[in-house]
Design a protein around this ligand. Structure first.
Ligand code: CUA
Length: 155
């Protein structure tokens, strides 16, 4: 079979790009150690409900205007399902998964984190305006994925 010279050049180019991309991805994964970007610590995913503070998920006031919110994601819900903070509050969210990969996103804000079993992810946001914010799972996690949501109320 005759392969045209220009076709051979393009095939070699495509193959070279593939090798380069795979090498870059592999190197990055090994150097970063395959961890989710917003993780702050590891956790035993089989013992989430026995591991403080995730044995009692919910909102904690840590200072005037500053809160920490501990969430457990599992198919197909977030615990707590609803929190309420005063306007102007800075909330630091800590989220972990008790089962599979989930997402943690409040679309109108910058809050967006991967929730990976075995890791605690953290993201902070200052809620300046009052309102009701929908917190959604934005990583496909199964048949009930599109029902997986919670509520953040800012008063
Ligand atoms: Cu949890 Cu999608």
């Amino acid at each position: 079979m005759h392969v045209h010279r220009q076709e051979r050049i393009w095939m070699a180019f495509g193959l070279a790009m593939l090798v380069i991309f795979l090498a870059v991805i592999t190197t990055a994964a090994v150097v970063d150690g395959f961890v989710p970007p917003s993780r702050v610590q590891s956790i035993d995913p089989t013992r989430v409900s026995q591991t403080p503070p995730f044995d009692h998920p919910g909102l904690r006031k840590v200072a005037p205007g500053a809160y920490e919110a501990y969430y457990v994601a599992r198919i197909f819900s977030f615990t707590p399902a609803s929190i309420e903070v005063p306007a102007g509050s800075r909330v630091t969210f800590y989220v972990t998964s008790a089962d599979v990969e989930h997402g943690f996103s409040i679309p109108e804000t910058g809050v967006n984190a991967m929730v990976t079993p075995g890791w605690v992810s953290s993201v902070s946001h200052t809620f300046k305006q009052p309102g009701t914010f929908l917190l959604v799972c934005n990583e496909y996690c199964g048949s009930g994925h599109h029902f997986m949501a919670a509520k953040v109320t800012v008063k």
